[in-house]
Design a protein around this ligand. Sequence first.
Ligand code: ADP
Ligand code: GLC
Length: 474
Amino acid sequence: MIRVLSVASECAPLVKTGGLADVAGALPGALAGEGVEMRTLLPGYPAVMAAIEAGAETVWTAPRLFGGPARLLLARAAGLTLYPLDAPHLFAREGRLYLGPDGADWPDNPERFAALSRVAAEIAEGAPAGWAPQVLHLHDWQAGLAAPYLHDRRLAGRVGSLFTVHNIAFQGLAPAGRLSALELRNEGFAAEGFEYWGQISALKAGLVYADRVSTVSPTYAAELTRPEFGMGLDGVLRARGTDFSGILNGIDLAAWTPPYKTPRGKARHTRALRAELGLPDAPGPLCVVISRLTSQKGLDILLAALPRLLDEGGQLALLGTGEPVLERAFRSAAAADPRVSATIGYDEAFARRLVAGGEAILVPSRFEPCGLTQLYGLRHGTVPLVAYTGGLVDTVIPATAAGLAAGVATGLQVYPITPDGLSRGFTQLCALYRDRPTWERMMRNAMAHPVGWEASAPRYASLFAEIVASKAAR
Ligand code: ADP
Ligand code: GLC
């Protein structure tokens, strides 16, 4: 068994703002059959502390960790083996994980996640006793500083690291003046270290100092090495050469099982969803969206193309939260037309009803490292219409003339993601929907498409094994 410590700022089903939580929550189970024993280091947010099962033990304490006392627990919760970092001054806060009540980042986010990363290095160093990880699996900027901390403590020759980029847009920046507060060495503050245009970047620290770097789909991996997608870090990733790769996300099949076995079984759920939302019957597909409302997701473009979907007989039901301007825009679109429904909020159970009852699922992102909702859609025969970008390219077989002729299409890919491009996509979607045999074929193909971890879990396992072997060879 290879011992891997996963370091994540969120983990489903305990705490979640997006897909990172699903992946961090699913990997330990998916890797258990692949010879990897994965434990998870997680901030002790109130929801995490409340979920811990009886029998947890304190395995490490610090009188002062970035401004206050902290202790590390070894605990079980939701089927996972966890190291919750109980540091009330950093994590015992109501509200959202990364944002204060005013909707802005918590001002001490750099310290909060530096603390998490520092404790990852403590665990690598041998505290707590009894379980020494061979590899740290670091997720996104919140875990990035663990990579230089390993080097500073001269542990990098013994304990390996994999840094996984879920989203390059979140960079974990801090002003240069916080170097010593973050317990970072001045030498690292350089172009070939974690310096990013005059600031400290926890993301870049992970990209530069980890043994290997991965992201969550092969296409996004290729995109990240280009200036249009790399957000200034494409050169760093090009320099990593073959140390950088893309491993496609899967979903937890048990957690996302459709309540029907064949395409025909969906109709009842579509009727129930329309009834729940007060949507009239329609000649076109009931399209659903479950998303953070941010510019990444292209939902402003969706609004611009919405008239075409409605003209073609389609409908829209959206669930999301995020930028106030988008929340307002979707609320008014719903108020203006009975064929549009917008639910502003975060609701797992409703998300499932949308996936089961929806006939198509829309993901018109400007960029998308992997995307999970199109995978839920595939599994439920909810035909995905996605942007031709990132992991969306790797997960949907498009209804091109050739894909249709071969009978293999599972959805639609739209390029470019502009109001015109998306409008054309809606016209094609609705035409396919009217062609029942073709549509049902796509639903069947979608439901049969593998979306679990069966292909990717062995890839992670071999990457961890390579990292361990490279340390043993030193
Ligand atoms: P990202 O991580 O960029 O937000 P993903 O598609 O990878 O995008 O993952 C988003 C996850 O969050 C999915 O599991 C999706 O169902 C869930 N989600 C997003 N918004 C909501 C919401 N408002 N209510 C419930 N679940 C949501
Ligand atoms: C990020 C990305 C999303 C990906 C998720 C899980 O939040 O935006 O595309 O699916 O992480 O890896």
